[in-house]
Design a protein around this ligand. Structure first.
Ligand code: OFO
Length: 169
């Protein structure tokens, strides 16, 4: 039996993941408006990954007999001062999501819900990848600075990113 506390926290996390998707979709639109179609593509794929994260929680709640409750999704920003600032926000946001996942793991421990602890491990590992990806791009952007040629090369590279559903246990 899944506890009410875990059900409520997972419902809140579904909302966080859907907001993440919304935020990255908004960043995709921002990059499209700058004609940076590669950066826009990177963000579109990121938005799809976040949908996947939300749906994995959604399916898990149903499997455990918990009640899914979809909450209102906050409006994301739609403008950033630069590519660099958008990626700084991306990393900051992922660090926030990692904190939320860690909090969920602590609750699963407190509730002695071993199944949930096991399930959440996938997200713990996924967050390591999420932070590493954002951090790597941020470092590349800092290295390039105002080098427009370099930025366009990066944009071209990001056009090739495709959505591959993450491997799940
Ligand atoms: Fe769902 O990991 Fe990003 O936010």
């Amino acid at each position: 039996m899944i506890s009410k506390k875990i059900v409520d926290t997972i419902n809140a996390q579904i909302n966080e993941e859907l907001f993440s998707s919304y935020l990255y979709l908004s960043m995709a639109a921002y990059f499209e408006n700058m004609s940076l179609t590669g950066f826009a593509n990177w963000m579109r794929i990121q938005a799809q990954e976040e949908q996947f994260h939300a749906m994995k929680f959604f399916d898990y709640l149903i499997e455990r007999g918990g009640e899914v409750e979809l909450l209102a999704i906050e409006k994301p920003e739609n403008k950033w001062d630069s590519i660099l600032i958008a990626f700084e926000e991306t990393l900051k946001h992922e660090e926030h999501i990692t904190e939320r996942i860690n909090n969920l793991v602590s609750i699963a421990f407190d509730e002695k819900d071993y199944a949930a602890q096991n399930f959440l491990q996938w997200y713990v590992d996924e967050q390591v990848e999420e932070e590493a990806a954002a951090s790597q791009i941020l470092e590349q952007l800092r290295f390039l600075g105002e080098n427009k040629h370099g930025l366009l090369m990066l944009d071209r590279e990001f056009r090739t990113r495709v959505f591959t559903p993450p491997v799940t246990a």
